[in-house]
Design a protein around this ligand. Structure first.
Ligand SMILES: Cc1ncc(COP(=O)(O)O)c(C=O)c1O
Length: 409
């Protein structure tokens, strides 16, 4: 049993009579690392011990690599804490949470130019990985419902995030990977053309790749599919991985056509915890038409009091991050997101310009998004890995990594 009693320090030694946290005996006695302690300790002591140990971690505000949100307003944090204990999946007990989730989906549909207000559908996920797994699963099932035989394949670029490979392996779909060319850091329509056939469940197009932040030519891929589907009687569609771009391009470049305006784009994911400006733990998946999510993938359960549909990989989760997304959407509005994204873009472009001006680096990003990736020129005299280690001495976390091999198939 955990005791909440604060025990005063015993004896006449240092700390006697003090109730200050660091005067307690828990700061001189050893705490087991890998076993559950036999007895508990006061809340303040436990909190301080955990807090102090985590000082060994890097400072999240210096994280330049994961593109996730590291700061939110205190009001948002308050809402997150208030809603941590509410199980998001329990629509029966928390109908207003469900209503707010639905409002967000309704806001995102038009942001991605869903053609029919009443017909698109979507869900919150824990991140883009879960959204991608679920989105691709829907494509696989739709393909299977049409083709009773054959082995499914999926086509995506070598620049895709690892979750695309995970999908292929976990759900037994052959990955047909478009290699990264020496002068091109993303997929292209001609290379996609060579890999698709009647068993292709869908083609992936990434808006804001993990490696360089490049936006893939989704318009060209859409045109390619329009022609080939018509010629062959196939029905291959596109899933757009807009983990990064989904909360940037609609504000900075709304004219760029990459979303549901393209007829073959049937599903899109976006990370709430990247440029959606919410702390880690939130993604979104949207289907252009409710019919793009095969009904036999949706489960109906009634053990929480009422019959509820679920389309998720996990079940229980807190509601805090979903509420934080709603807070941001209300707080910032379209104009607020636009200003923030434009500022981020201006800073990123300035930084990229300075890197080029130094003469030591080539910038690989196309700078449509606030993501700067660079490689070293020979004369830099040091490697990306050395620079990364050097910056780490000052707390900055700048990932140095290899691009995928060009000849991957
Ligand atoms: C393009 C892309 N897709 C998917 C993911 C996976 O997203 P998450 O970390 O939200 O699961 C990432 C993460 O960086 C990404 O950059």
């Amino acid at each position: 049993m955990i005791s909440n009693k604060v025990e005063p320090p015993a004896g006449n030694g240092p700390g006697t009579g003090l109730s200050a946290t660091y005067a307690l005996r828990y700061f001189t006695e050893s705490v087991p690392r890998y076993e559950i302690p036999a007895d508990g300790m006061p809340a303040g002591a436990a909190c301080q011990l955990v807090h102090d140990e985590l000082n060994l971690d890097g400072n999240a505000a210096f994280d330049l690599g994961t593109f996730t949100t590291t700061w939110m307003e205190p009001e948002a944090e308050r809402l997150i804490v208030q809603n941590l204990g509410k199980n998001f999946v329990d629509r029966f007990e928390y109908p207003q949470t469900t209503e707010i989730h639905q409002r967000i989906v309704n806001m995102l549909g038009p942001l991605f130019n869903a053609p029919d207000q009443a017909n698109f559908c979507g869900t919150a996920t824990v991140g883009s990985s879960e959204a991608i797994l679920l989105g691709l699963l829907a494509h696989k099932r739709a393909w299977r419902n049409k083709h009773r035989t054959g082995h499914p394949n999926i086509v995506f670029g070598a620049d895709a995030h690892i979750c695309w490979d995970k999908f292929a392996r976990y759900f037994e779909v052959e990955p047909r990977v478009v290699p990264m060319a020496k002068d091109r850091f993303c997929s292209d329509a001609a290379a996609v053309r060579e890999r698709i056939d009647e068993n292709t469940i869908c083609v992936g197009a990434i808006m804001g790749t993990t490696f360089t932040g490049a936006c893939e030519p989704v318009r060209e891929i859409d045109a390619l599919l329009a022609g080939i589907n018509q010629d062959r009687g196939w029905d291959i569609s596109i899933h757009v991985d807009a983990a990064s771009a989904g909360f940037v391009l609609p504000f900075t470049n709304p004219e760029l056509v990459w979303d549901f305006r393209l007829s073959h784009v049937r599903s899109i994911n976006v990370s709430g915890h990247k440029f959606g400006l919410v702390y880690p733990g939130l993604g979104w998946l949207l289907f252009k038409h409710a019919g793009d999510l095969p009904e036999d993938l949706v489960f109906y359960v009634n053990y929480l009091g009422d019959t509820m549909p679920t389309y998720t990989l996990n079940f229980s989760r807190g509601s805090g991050m979903v509420m934080a997304q709603y807070y941001n959407l209300l707080r910032l509005g379209y104009a607020g997101y636009k200003s923030i994204m434009e500022n981020c873009l201006a800073n990123a472009r300035y930084f990229a310009g300075r890197l080029v001006a130094s003469g030591l680096f080539d910038v690989l990003s196309t700078m449509e998004l606030p993501i700067v990736t660079f490689r070293f020129r020979q004369k830099a005299g040091f490697t990306p890995f050395q620079l990364s280690r050097k910056l780490r001495e000052r707390g900055w976390m700048l990932p140095a990594y290899n691009l995928p091999p060009t000849r991957r198939t």
